[in-house]
Design a protein around this ligand. Structure first.
Ligand SMILES: Cc1cc2nc3c(=O)[nH]c(=O)nc-3n(C[C@H](O)[C@H](O)[C@H](O)COP(=O)(O)O)c2cc1C
Length: 247
């Protein structure tokens, strides 16, 4: 992991240097029903003081039975992967609420929803460009399968909503070659830390989850196995259950 010397760089010609086509930082949408997410969440942010948020942040594994509101979910998606602006002739660069090496943004966000106001339980995919949710599977009960995929961590599978971030390594590999793996992992930390702080700001809690069964979780989201250099290769990387804090 440590190694990447000037000699390594000289020996490697990245796909960008070879002028191979880049990947767009947004996964093409599915032709499914979509849910528009509100963007007027100023009124739900109850704590805006960064010092207080840093002091309060902790991993929370118990959640109230209350539903998470659509506005709260929308705020958390915006804070973690929301797009602020684009650059490039083909809008191929996104600038978001989290930093990312070379602004490659190699992640996609999936939600296992159990108790969000106005949304049927099921699996959803976030579309950052439109700030919408794609309905992937409605009315499913994934608690058991998700708990198994999360190595028996029931609290994470029974939360009102469970975020799963996948990584599409080629978005970053195209530019950074072997360095990409380190960068993508660093990027993931920013995303989850934003979720922690955004949760605290609206009275919710989360817990980073790195213990999962790769094959089971990938299977739940329909990701096919393959080598990371394939442009469409995607796998689950990081998980975070969210719920309202217990009173
Ligand atoms: C990469 C990563 C993976 C983690 N995986 C899990 C996990 O699978 N299950 C869990 O309960 N907590 C997990 N955690 C949460 C840590 O246990 C927690 O951050 C640590 O105990 C410190 O507590 P704090 O976050 O409240 O400061 C993970 C944290 C990180 C950063």
């Amino acid at each position: 992991m440590k190694g990447y010397t000037a000699a390594d760089a000289a020996a490697e010609e990245t796909d960008q240097q070879q002028k191979l086509p880049y990947l767009m930082p947004l996964k093409p949408g599915r032709d499914t029903e979509r849910i528009r997410l509100p963007l007027d969440f100023e009124d739900i942010v109850s704590e805006k003081n960064l010092f207080a948020l840093l002091q309060e942040r902790e991993s929370r594994r118990r959640y109230s039975d209350e539903a998470v509101s659509l506005k709260e979910l929308s705020f958390l998606l915006w804070a973690t992967q929301g797009v602020r602006r684009y650059a490039g002739k083909h809008k191929q660069v996104t600038f978001r609420n989290v930093p990312s090496a070379g602004s490659r943004h190699p992640f996609e966000t999936y939600l296992f929803i159990r108790n969000v106001e106005g949304i049927s339980p099921g699996i959803y995919h976030y579309v950052p460009s439109a700030h919408e949710l794609e309905v992937w599977e409605e009315n499913g009960n994934y608690e058991e399968a998700l708990a198994e995929a999360l190595c028996g961590q029931k609290f994470a599978a029974t939360a009102p909503v469970t975020f799963v971030w996948s990584v599409i390594p080629y978005r970053t590999e195209w530019r950074y070659g072997l360095k990409a793996h380190k960068y993508a992992m660093i990027d993931a930390g920013h995303v989850c830390e934003n979720l922690y702080l955004a949760c605290e700001a609206i009275g919710c809690g989360t817990c980073a989850i790195g213990a999962y069964d790769q094959e089971l979780l990938d299977e739940l989201l329909g990701f096919a196995p393959g080598p990371s250099s394939e442009t469409d290769y995607e796998f689950a990387l990081y998980v975070a259950p969210v719920g309202r804090k217990e009173a």
